[in-house]
Design a protein around this ligand. Sequence first.
Ligand code: CA
Length: 225
Amino acid sequence: MTTKILVIEDEERIREFLKRGLSFEGYQVETAADGQTGLDLAREEPPDLVLLDLMLPGMDGLEVCRRLRAASEVPILMLTAKETIEDRVVGLDAGADDYLVKPFAFDELMARMRALLRRAQPSKPQIYRFADLELDTGTRQGRRGGHLFDLTAKEYELLELFMRHPRQVLTRDIIFDRVWDYDFGGESNIIEVYVRYLRQKTEQSGMSRLIHTVRGIGYVLRDDG
Ligand code: CA
């Protein structure tokens, strides 16, 4: 599974430098030019690590850090141009895990990131719930109405994607990108096939449909019942 890095940095030159470098290293990179956009992205698609600039327009890096920390345990590496003990203490007080002073060498950044990612606790198993459907990220099993079912790796990834984005229409492109990671081409019916498998498992003994087709677009997890 790809490691997701969220970069929150207002300076375009540095943001693009980080995006290029980290993508080249195999990370999946999302970028935001301000704190609010960064927080929104973090909520939509929880990252494995956040690179956070201290000096941001509007909401500053410390406030962003506090809000990220209030919502999750994600490792946060703060970036700043100011090299003072006070900044460091304030940054760490706000919940940052480490601190890197600009300008920094890319190799040093990589080393710090790897250390933080190693230290990060493996995410605790959780149970996604939608209507009477449950998905356990620990056992990777699903359950509906007391009936437990196993899932193959791809079935699990697809169902997890739906459970993480309930009531949201997922386009075929998004599903390809997130679950298959490469382009199957427009003619492939792989998504249809896997949706059919999931429906067989989630609609046993005449249960109502939860994974609906949105014609010409994709699919949505929705409870019409
Ligand atoms: Ca800045």
